[in-house]
Design a protein. Structure first.
Length: 182
C-alpha cells in the first residue's frame, strides 16, 4: 500500500511541476509586448546571424550580419526578405513565422501540447497548424524563449537560436514598414 501511495504522490508531484513550467512559460509570454534579441539561424547547414525585434502581434524586423545588408521585415500582413541583390515578398500567413509571431497562438498551442525536457536544459513544445510544423524551445531555468525550428517556405529545415534578450523596449515608429524594392 505504501508503494502505491508513493507512486501516486510521485505522479502528482511531477504533473504539478510540469503544470508550473507551462504556467511560467505562458506568464513570461504574456508579459512581452516586444522582444529584441541576437540570433543564429541554420538553414540546411548554412549559418547566418544578426539581430531581430519582434513586436506582438506578427511584426518582426531582422538585420543580418552580412555584407549584402540583408533584412527581413513583417508588418503583420506581408513578409519581405531584402538584400542588395534580391527582394522577396510573401504573404505572412503562408509562412511559419505567421504562427511564431502570434503570441496568442503560441500560448494556446503550448496550453494544448505536452512538453519535452531536452538534456535537462530545454523545454520543447511541438505543434502543427495547417502545413506548418513548429518546434519551439524555452530555457528550463528561466522559462525564456530560446529558439524555434520549422520548415521554411521551400521546405528547408530552419533552426533559429536566440540570445541576449531584451524585452519591452521603446521602438522606432516605422521600424516594421515594408521596404520598397530596389
Amino acid at each position: 500500500m505504501k508503494k502505491y501511495l508513493f507512486i501516486l504522490f510521485f505522479l502528482l508531484f511531477n504533473s504539478e511541476v510540469l503544470a508550473s513550467v507551462k504556467e511560467n512559460i505562458i506568464h513570461n509570454l504574456n508579459k512581452i509586448d516586444n522582444i529584441f534579441f541576437k540570433f543564429e539561424q541554420n538553414i540546411n547547414g548554412k549559418t547566418e546571424n544578426g539581430e531581430c525585434i519582434i513586436q506582438y502581434p506578427k511584426k518582426i524586423f531582422c538585420k543580418y550580419n552580412k555584407k549584402n545588408k540583408k533584412i527581413l521585415v513583417s508588418n503583420g500582413k506581408s513578409l519581405v526578405i531584402k538584400s542588395l541583390s534580391s527582394y522577396y515578398l510573401y504573404p505572412l500567413d503562408k509562412t511559419p513565422l505567421n504562427l511564431i509571431l502570434d503570441k496568442n497562438f503560441l500560448i494556446s498551442a503550448i496550453n494544448n501540447s505536452d512538453e519535452r525536457i531536452i538534456e535537462d536544459k530545454f523545454i520543447n513544445y511541438s505543434f502543427s497548424e495547417k502545413d506548418d510544423e513548429i518546434n519551439i524551445f524555452f530555457d528550463k531555468n528561466n522559462y525564456e524563449l530560446i529558439g524555434w525550428q520549422t520548415l521554411d517556405i521551400y521546405q528547408n529545415l530552419s533552426i533559429t537560436f536566440i540570445s541576449s534578450i531584451v524585452k519591452n523596449q521603446k521602438l522606432k515608429k516605422n521600424l516594421f514598414k515594408i521596404p520598397k524594392q530596389n
